[in-house]
Design a protein around this ligand. Structure first.
Ligand SMILES: [Fe+2]
Length: 336
């Protein structure tokens, strides 16, 4: 046990050094106090990252939906319906995956959710490897954190608010440490009128999911909810336990974001990247990239031979990463 404690402390020392080098201390303090923080564009979006991401997202939307999103009026995404499961155009969120009580909302509270965008533009590699994002994700979920999914959410003018929830896939009570974390690139200005994210400050300390009326944004609902104010290019980070949802958009135009959902490696991921990352992509990044892309995770196996093959595939990436970290963590610790 003493060895394990020494290891986790040395990992914490290491990430704290990274946080200090990047000047993120006040944002970590915000995160600890309120359960969320807004890192401004001048820190979160180096080399025009957010502008490049927005351009890539607009191209993806045009390819998938057959029309260029109308950023000015938002008419291409206004009042989207909640779609039946399996719809591929302007997916929104299928009825079956909407929280109970929202399946018959007058329109989609979330707009068009475009899943699985990572391999469609190299800019998303930059988004994942952004040192600011990695320091915050590591602070919350450790050096073995993996990417669960990256998508683009586009929302036009709409009526429905999105209910408050946590992102942790567990029933209450929730464990004190974050099992998951969300790091969301805000690609257009977020505020109340623009249908931005809503938070209940301090709710992460309750270590439970919101229930009943406390999950509702609007009349008769949660009185402690506040809108996030974030300029385009910001990175909004929250813990796996923070109560959040979103306002409806009363302004014209589009709300565009790329949430980067990251989880501890024992949690089942939204997307499967194992064995799907091209070698040339692995080659142009440090060893951590492969770990982030789930290559160090051993998925469920079918028999001992299959287990040996999957473990051996993962082991090469875990060993390289342990070496890259310089002994801060042992390879064994990266499996947890
Ligand atoms: Fe969420």
């Amino acid at each position: 046990m003493a060895v394990a404690i020494a290891n986790s402390e040395s990992g914490l020392d290491r990430v704290w050094n990274e946080i200090c080098e990047l000047g993120l201390q006040t944002y970590v303090a915000d995160l600890d106090t309120h359960g969320y923080t807004v890192i401004p564009p001048e820190i979160a979006s180096p080399n025009g990252l957010a502008d490049r991401m927005l351009a890539a997202c607009l191209d993806i939307a045009e390819r998938r939906n057959g029309e260029r999103p109308d950023m000015e009026t938002g008419s291409t995404h206004a009042n989207l319906p909640i779609t039946p499961r399996g719809s591929s155009v302007k997916e929104g969120r299928p009825k079956g995956r909407m929280p109970l009580g929202q399946r018959d909302a007058p329109d989609s509270p979330v707009g068009d959710i475009m899943h699985s965008i990572f391999f469609e533009d190299e800019v998303f590699e930059d988004a994942l490897m952004n040192p600011v994002l990695l320091a915050m994700a590591t602070y919350l979920c450790g050096y073995s954190v993996v990417l669960s999914g990256m998508g683009c959410w586009m929302k036009g003018p709409n009526k429905s608010t999105f209910r408050l929830h946590t992102d942790t896939p567990l029933a209450s009570p929730l464990p004190p440490q974050s099992m998951v974390c969300e790091l969301m690139y805000v690609l257009t200005d977020f505020n109340r009128e623009n249908g931005g994210t809503a938070f209940v400050p301090g709710s992460h300390r309750l270590c439970r999911n919101p229930d009943g009326r406390e999950a509702i944004i609007g009349e008769g609902g949660n009185q402690d909810v506040v809108p996030v104010e974030a300029k385009a290019g910001s990175l909004v980070v929250w813990t796996g336990k923070t109560w959040h949802g979103s306002y409806n958009r009363t302004a014209t135009g589009l709300r565009v974001s790329v949430p980067v959902y990251m989880v501890r490696p024992f949690i089942r991921t939204q997307e499967n990247f194992i064995g799907r990352v091209p070698q040339e992509m692995l080659d142009r990044h440090p060893s951590r990239f492969a770990i982030l892309m789930q290559q160090g995770v051993v998925p469920g196996y079918e028999n001992p031979i299959d287990e040996a093959a999957k473990a051996s595939y993962a082991e090469q990436f875990v060993s390289a990463y342990a070496e890259e970290l310089g002994g801060v963590l042992r390879a064994k610790d990266l499996y947890n």
